[in-house]
Write a protein that binds this ligand. Structure first.
Ligand SMILES: [Zn+2]
Length: 85
């Protein structure tokens, strides 16, 4: 099973079995798995802000993170200046 740690932002950068990654806003692991079907979840990292591309339900927050591969796994944007600025 993939490691899933609930993020404060409920926003995740999800890596799929075929190598693609998508941003998913969800409240649970089950919701993430459902959002990326038929993709197979390989890895889940938290994102400080939503990013593109997205799967599943949309949040009201616009896609701030422009380099999600760098920002994934952080609770705030490590980019300088941060993606939201
Ligand atoms: Zn960012």
């Amino acid at each position: 099973m993939v490691k899933f740690t609930p993020a404060y932002t409920q926003t995740y950068w999800v890596t799929l079995a075929h190598g693609k990654s998508v941003c998913v806003v969800a409240e649970s692991l089950a919701e993430i798995v459902e959002a990326v079907k038929p993709g197979i979840v390989v890895e889940i990292k938290s994102l400080p802000y939503p990013a593109m591309p997205r799967a599943g339900k949309l949040s009201e927050c616009p896609p701030f993170c422009t380099i999600p591969n760098t920002c994934a796994g952080h609770t705030s944007c490590p980019a300088r200046p941060s993606c939201s600025e």
